[in-house]
Design a protein around this ligand. Structure first.
Ligand code: UDP
Ligand code: MG
Length: 306
C-alpha cells in the first residue's frame, strides 16, 4: 500500500527540516506502508526549492513538483494530487499546523472503510479576529451551501484513490477543495485535532487571499448571494408601495405636499447602494464564469523531479 503525502510550499524554508524530521519518524513507525512525499513548490522566492532538492538527493521517496509561478494554495494542492500515485493521498500544510502525527489516525479510519477522512480544527491558535472570521465563515457557508460542508474542516485530509481520481478530473479553476471534497461524497468521517501555531515564518495567506478563498467557497457552493438581491428588491418594492399609498392618501386629505428633500436623497442613495452591491455580486459570478470559459490550464508545471 502506497500513501502519498501532498504538501504545498510557498516560502517555507524554515519549516522544511522540522517537517521532514516529523514525517520520517511517522513513516518509520508505520513501515508496513510505503510512503511518497509530493512537495509542491508554489513559486517560492526563498530557498525552499533548493532545500527540497537537497532532501530529494537523500530520500528517493520525495517527489518535487515545481510550478512556474505562485498559483495559490488550492491549486498547489491540486497539482500535487495530480502527480500522486498512492492508494490514498494525505494533504498537509508545510507549516506543521496540521500535525503529521494525524497520518496514522487517518490511515486507521481509511482502513475501516472511509474513503475520505478529514481533520476538524478543534482549537485554533490564531488571533481573535481571524478566529471570529473563520467561525462565522464556516457557519454562514453551511447555512447557504447546497452541499453539506462540515464545520471547521480544512484541507488537511486523507482521500482514497477513488476520490482522488474524481478530484483530479474536476476542471474547476476557482477551486475550494474542502467543498469539492464534500460534494464528491462516498463515506466521509472527521477527526478532531488541535490546530497549533505555525512552526516558523509568517502566514502565506494574506487577508486578500483569504477573502478570495471565502468568496470561492460561497460562490461555488451557493446561489444564495444571487437570491439576496431579488429578496432585497422584493422587500424594497413592498416598502415603497406602502409609502406610496400613505403619500397618496395624505395628498388626498391635505392637498399639495411639498416636503422631503432629506427622504428623497436618503432613498436615492439607499437604492443606489443596493443596486451596486447587487451588480457586484453578479459580477463575482460572471468573473468566475469568465475564468471557466477561458479554459486555461489550472496550473503550469516547470519541472517534476521524480
Ligand atoms: N501556500 C501555498 N501557496 C500560497 C499560499 C500558501 O502553497 O499562495 C501554502 C503554504 O506554504 C502552507 C499552506 O499553503 O503550506 C497554508 O498556508 P498558510 O499557513 O499561510 O495558511 P493558514 O495556515 O494561515 O491558513
Ligand atoms: Mg498555516
Amino acid at each position: 500500500m502506497l500513501i502519498s503525502v501532498v504538501i504545498p510550499f510557498y516560502n517555507e524554508q524554515e519549516n522544511i527540516d522540522e517537517l521532514y524530521r516529523r514525517l520520517i519518524s511517522i513513516f518509520n513507525k508505520h513501515n508496513n506502508y510505503n510512503f511518497e512525499i509530493i512537495a509542491v513548490n508554489d513559486g517560492s522566492k526563498d530557498d525552499t526549492l533548493n532545500r527540497l532538492k537537497n532532501y530529494k538527493l537523500k530520500d528517493k521517496r520525495i517527489k518535487i513538483v515545481d510550478l512556474s509561478r505562485n498559483f495559490g494554495h488550492q491549486i498547489a494542492i491540486s497539482a500535487g494530487i495530480s502527480f500522486s500515485k498512492g492508494n490514498a493521498v494525505v494533504i498537509l500544510d508545510a507549516d506543521l499546523q496540521d500535525p503529521p502525527e494525524l497520518i496514522p489516525e487517518f490511515i486507521n479510519k481509511w482502513r475501516e472503510g472511509f474513503e475520505v477522512v478529514y481533520g476538524i480544527r478543534e482549537k485554533r491558535k490564531e488571533n481573535i479576529f481571524k478566529k471570529v472570521c473563520y467561525y462565522l465563515f464556516y457557519r454562514i457557508l453551511q447555512s447557504i451551501s447546497h452541499v453539506n460542508i462540515p464545520l471547521d474542516s480544512g484541507d488537511c485530509c486523507l482521500m482514497d484513490k477513488k476520490v482522488v481520481d474524481i478530484l483530479r478530473n474536476i476542471p474547476e479553476r476557482n477551486r475550494f477543495i474542502r467543498g469539492i471534497r464534500s460534494w464528491i461524497g462516498y463515506r466521509q468521517v472527521g477527526i478532531r485535532y488541535e490546530r497549533g501555531c505555525r512552526y516558523a515564518g509568517q502566514p502565506k495567506y494574506t487577508i486578500l487571499k483569504l477573502i478570495k478563498l471565502a468568496l470561492d467557497g460561497a460562490i461555488s457552493f451557493s446561489h444564495f448571494p444571487l437570491r439576496v438581491s431579488s429578496l432585497l428588491g422584493i422587500l424594497i418594492s413592498i416598502i415603497s408601495f406602502l409609502i406610496g399609498i400613505i403619500l397618496i392618501i395624505k395628498r388626498l386629505i391635505y392637498g399639495s405636499l411639498v416636503y422631503g428633500l432629506t427622504s428623497i436623497i436618503v432613498s436615492v442613495l439607499f437604492i443606489g447602494g443596493i443596486q451596486l452591491i447587487a451588480i457586484g455580486i453578479i459580477g463575482e459570478y460572471i468573473g468566475r464564469i469568465y475564468d471557466e470559459t477561458k479554459q486555461r490550464p489550472i496550473f503550469i508545471v516547470k519541472e517534476v523531479i521524480e
